[in-house]
Design a protein around this ligand. Structure first.
Ligand code: FES
Ligand SMILES: [Fe+2]
Length: 378
């Protein structure tokens, strides 16, 4: 923990986070508490539960959770565990027509988590027992919120309200605070990456690697077209003054989000929202990448792309362009895998000291490191 002090220095003097933050299981457990449980962390997408009755189980740092879309079209998150003997309730995503029924002794819960049926609990064919009080045995609900279709939870229940945390990025992107449409099979994909989740964040924060890792992208949106984004708050990233989508040979475009100012005609921004979501916004689509740590050295990246209206998101007339857009992004994110995995392997070099930042190019990465260090120090 002493090494974290040097992370907090001004960038000219600072080192990056020490190796232990990437490879040490004890450090990973501390980080799970300090960052993922005490704060707000992303676990899934609203579009994982597209209709009332949809349920979607998630393992977050070993904690079994269940996303449920209620009859009122709200997303609730519960611990995915029966109040009887603690059986896992739901193993696979599903759309239920009735209640959530435990596979063990068939206690069942409505979509709001209320215990509704306890078959034979009072003996054969007696379905009530005076000591088993259904009203006190609802599923344990986890504090949750949905923003830009990302489902965030606060497992400790003690974090500041989500809006207090998220408002700096919400304010920056207030023009994009409008309905988004996604969740189609041609607009979602996932990647398994052999690196600590933080390296995926760090790589996303900077444009410095663009000419070397993304030569195709760099050919029309060059390094010098980019700027760093950092705030004293909970996000960091980079923007580009050049966004020229070429998704269709005839020059056809997706419909754009309504009411955007001129800046967005050609601009795009990419911000990591700490800890574990990477957002991108453009005039005609946006996306979110959800990073789920699987231990200290593995991360699942789930990508979901969104459009300005239902036609763009779901209709056959835009299907080919959606597929092209998804393929382009997937190609770019795959280009990043070699470096994030290489940096992970590099963290096993005992003398590596967290590294030397470029004071011009690495400011968003340093900002993220300072955020991590300060969370870890409480
Ligand atoms: S463990 Fe769920 S009904 Fe028994
Ligand atoms: Fe990249």
């Amino acid at each position: 923990m002493d090494d974290l002090v040097s992370v907090l220095q001004p960038i000219e003097k600072a080192h990056g986070l020490p190796n232990a933050c990437y490879i040490d299981a004890d450090m990973h457990a501390k980080e799970a508490d300090a960052i993922f449980k005490k704060g707000w962390a992303a676990i899934g997408f609203g579009c994982d539960v597209p209709k009332p009755g949809c349920v979607y189980p998630i393992d977050m740092l070993g904690i079994p959770l269940l996303m449920v879309r209620t009859k009122n079209d709200e997303v609730h998150v519960f611990e995915n565990v029966c109040r009887h003997r603690g059986m896992i309730l739901v193993d696979e995503p599903a759309q239920l027509n009735g209640p959530i029924t435990c596979p063990y002794h068939a206690w069942s819960y409505d979509l709001e988590g209320h215990l509704k049926a306890t078959p034979h609990v009072g003996g054969p064919n007696i379905h009530k027992d005076e000591t088993v009080i259904c009203e006190s045995l609802s599923l344990n609900r986890v504090r949750s919120v949905v923003w830009r279709d990302v489902v965030f939870v606060n497992l400790s229940g003690t974090a500041a309200p989500f809006d207090m945390i998220a408002h700096p990025l919400r304010d920056r992107w207030s023009e994009f605070e409008k309905p988004i449409f996604g969740g189609g099979a041609d607009s979602m994909f996932s990647l398994e990456v052999d690196c600590n989740w933080k390296l995926a964040v760090e790589n996303y924060c900077e444009a410095y690697h663009l000419p070397f890792i993304h030569p195709g992208l760099n050919s029309y949106s060059r390094l010098e077209d980019h700027y760093n984004i950092l705030d004293e708050e909970i996000y960091a990233g980079q923007g580009s003054y050049v966004y020229k989508p070429q998704l269709d040979e005839d020059g056809r475009c997706f419909p754009v989000f309504e009411g955007l100012t001129d800046k967005w005609d050609t601009a795009a921004e990419y911000c990591a929202f700490f800890p574990n979501v990477l957002f991108g916004v453009h005039k005609d689509h946006c996306y979110a990448i959800l990073l789920t740590p699987n231990g200290q050295g593995k991360t699942t990246e789930r990508v979901s792309i969104y459009y300005a209206n239902e036609e763009a998101a779901y209709s056959p007339s835009f299907a080919e362009m959606r597929v092209t857009n998804t393929r382009l992004w997937k190609g770019i994110f795959i280009e990043d895998i070699g470096v994030v995995e290489g940096m992970q392997r590099g963290r096993y070099a005992p003398s590596y000291d967290g590294g030397k930042f470029s004071p011009k190019m690495d400011t968003p990465t340093h900002h993220f490191h300072k955020w991590v260090a300060s969370q870890m120090q409480g």
